[in-house]
Design a protein around this ligand. Structure first.
Ligand code: KIV
Ligand code: ZN
Length: 401
């Protein structure tokens, strides 16, 4: 069976940038947008132009600098927003307006003090108006995760009738369980007239740590586009992380999906976004955390040294981390790891020397979090392995290692 393409809609520069304290200036936004283009994303959501003159300018500059991905600008279902979004997108080679409105009871009642009928009317008007500026109009049903499926289907059908080309089903508050979100997508797929002529999109938030699982469930149930951010940054607990969904698709050929992402650029892109936003990546973050390919327990280290695949299901080189399966030395490490790290430093320890250094190492490691290369050299001195012997070890190392 032919593999199905999953479109990657990156919203690092819009939803990602909504994180308190990670405001990006135009230069940084353009730099990240260029990196996203190299990475191979299909759509870049560049910003929310009506929100500030700076964001308007950023969207405009991104449009001038980017050739391949579609450039998307966010708006509310408000004419002024849509007009400004249309204007900011003027220089884009391929442009999209992303407009929408809250559809859950909670949003209709408390945010808009409105009725379901009036919300459908506003949704239609927004799409009709956006079509005056661009051909490609994406509609988001905000808080779709908590919207009743029959009403959601009604809204989707209405906006498709008036020209929406993409329908986004955001789980705005990270409320859904994967099965529930998948069922929602399937319901829309099976009950909305015209749905097969448009692209159905997931947009999941991570309030319960389920954003990636929900997006995956969405594409398994028929969505063709995933909205996500680099390092999973975004409002509150963040959005679906691009690197996670892309690598899930790559690692699991049985899913029969593919993306256009050049996965070897994932690590450098993660680094760039972290540097520009000032948002550190948590050490144990899947795919891009510094511990994602580090091993510290003796059993794991021994396995990885014998064959990397014993404790790594992803090849770090696939995400652009070269020669970096890292053997971290802690009090849980074994002789194999210690010997491996000394070899990397140019020292070959025979059985007796290793035994001696290992006993000193363990005492030292019990008091420390991890042991650096500098400390490994000091341990050799402590083991009283005299210089002649060290020279000898180095020579052996040059010949055999
Ligand atoms: O989470 C959300 O609902 C959004 C929409 C504005 C698309 O970010
Ligand atoms: Zn969002």
């Amino acid at each position: 069976m032919e593999k199905k393409k999953i479109y990657i809609f990156d919203t690092t520069l819009r939803d990602g940038e909504q994180v308190p304290g990670c405001k990006l200036n135009t230069k940084e936004k353009v730099k990240i947008a260029k990196q996203l283009e190299y990475l191979g994303v299909d759509v870049i959501e560049a910003g929310f132009p009506t929100s500030s003159p700076g964001d308007y300018q950023s969207v405009q500059e991104i449009c001038k600098s980017i050739s391949n991905p579609i450039i998307c600008a966010l708006s509310r279902a408000v004419e002024k927003d849509i007009k400004i979004a249309g204007s900011a997108l003027k220089y884009a080679k391929r442009s999209r307006i992303h407009t929408g409105i809250g559809t859950s009871d909670c949003h209709i009642l408390y945010k808009f003090n409105s009725t379901p009928e009036k919300i459908i009317e506003r949704a239609i008007q927004a799409v009709k108006y956006a079509k005056k500026f661009v051909e490609d109009v994406e509609f988001y049903a905000e808080d779709a995760g908590r919207t009743k499926n029959d009403f959601l289907a009604k809204v989707c059908e209405a906006v498709i009738k008036y020209g929406a080309t993409v329908i986004n089903i955001p789980d705005t508050t990270g409320y859904c369980l994967p099965e529930e979100y998948g069922k929602k997508i399937r319901y829309i797929k099976e009950n909305v007239k015209g749905i097969h002529n448009i692209t159905l999109s997931t947009h999941c938030h991570n309030d319960l740590g389920l954003a990636t699982a929900n997006s995956l469930s969405g594409i398994i149930n028929g969505a063709q586009q995933v909205e996500c951010t680099i390092n999973g940054i975004g409002e509150r607990a963040g959005n679906t992380s691009l690197e996670e969904i892309v690598m899930i698709i790559k690692q699991n050929s049985r899913l029969n999906f593919f993306t256009n992402i050049k996965t070897k650029l994932i690590f450098s892109t993660s680094h760039l976004v972290s540097e520009c936003t000032g948002m550190k990546v948590q050490s144990n973050k899947a795919i891009v955390g510094i511990n994602a390919f580090s091993h510290s327990s003796g059993i794991h280290q021994d396995g990885v040294i014998k064959k990397r695949e014993t404790y790594e299901s992803i090849n770090p080189e696939d995400v652009g981390i070269n020669n970096h399966t890292s053997i971290v030395l802690t009090a849980r490490s074994g002789r194999a790891a210690l010997s491996y790290r000394y070899k990397k430093l140019g020292f070959f320890l025979n059985k007796n020397s290793l035994e001696l250094v290992y006993s000193i190492f363990l005492k030292y490691a019990d008091k420390k979090k991890d042991i650096s290369d500098k400390e490994l050299r000091i341990l050799l001195e402590k083991a009283n392995l005299n210089n002649n012997r060290l020279q000898h070890m180095r020579r052996i190392n040059l010949k055999h290692v």
